[in-house]
Design a binder for this molecule. Structure first.
Ligand SMILES: Cc1cc2nc3c(=O)[nH]c(=O)nc-3n(C[C@H](O)[C@H](O)[C@H](O)COP(=O)(O)O)c2cc1C
Length: 208
């Protein structure tokens, strides 16, 4: 009986995902390097010759969770958000397999397209070497009662917090990371089919 319930529950869960969406394994939330050790290790991996090895699903899951995952019930995140709103900066994940949106609520990757856009999103040639290119996109629609300048500041502050969490998680997992501000916003907006109030801010390269 217990087995039937488990099977029923897991099939209900997978039906709620689109066929090409990717379930992420649970993130690492204990053990590993101490926060202070990872603060000592944090650095940007040089762009030229950025390592192009494969990151595991567990590592990707942990990095994304560190960037904007839930850490307290259903309305608490690993990064602070203005007025306690849900994350108004979204993380798109560009990879060899295609482009995905990180859905923090169910901790999974929602497929956006099946294209490898890594070579198209940054102004520097080495960007395409990264196993994963995370793309930060601010959703200004979340701020309909806040002035534009303040909304932009809120988005930039969130990207700062998210990218620092990614740097620290990457240091703890011995992954390579580099924040990139030199992007092609028009290409990104077109490839991700972003609505006009969504603005690409920067990238985070992940490698091993
Ligand atoms: C706001 C910001 C913008 C950046 N933009 C780029 C960029 O476009 N391209 C790049 O290769 N590195 C970029 N970086 C990475 C910095 O060059 C790097 O953080 C800096 O050299 C300090 O190195 P560290 O992170 O190892 O301390 C950026 C970093 C920040 C914080």
């Amino acid at each position: 009986m217990r087995k039937i319930v488990v099977i029923l529950f897991s099939s209900l869960f997978s039906i709620s995902l689109c066929y090409a969406d990717i379930t992420l394994p649970a993130p690492q939330t204990k053990d590993g390097m101490s926060l202070f050790e990872s603060l000592k290790k944090r650095s940007s991996t040089p762009g030229p010759g950025f390592p192009n090895g494969q990151i595991s699903d567990e590592e990707l899951s942990t990095v994304l969770w560190a960037a904007s995952g839930l850490n307290r019930g259903t309305t608490g995140w690993t990064v602070p958000m203005g007025t306690g709103k849900q994350p108004y900066v979204r993380i798109y994940v560009a990879s060899e397999k295609g482009t995905f949106l990180y859905e923090w609520e169910g901790h999974y990757l929602k497929e956006i397209n099946n294209k490898d856009i890594r070579a198209d999103v940054g102004l520097q040639n080495f960007v395409k070497r990264a196993n994963y290119v995370l793309i930060f996109v601010t959703d200004s629609a979340a701020f309909n009662n806040i002035k534009e300048e303040k909304a932009n500041n809120f988005g930039n502050i969130a990207v700062g917090a998210m990218s620092q969490n990614i740097y620290l998680a990457s240091a703890a997992l011995d992954l390579s990371a580099r924040y990139i501000h030199a992007i092609k916003p028009d290409v990104i907006s077109q490839e991700l089919q972003l609505p006009s109030d969504n603005k690409p801010i920067g990238l985070m390269l992940l490698g091993k």
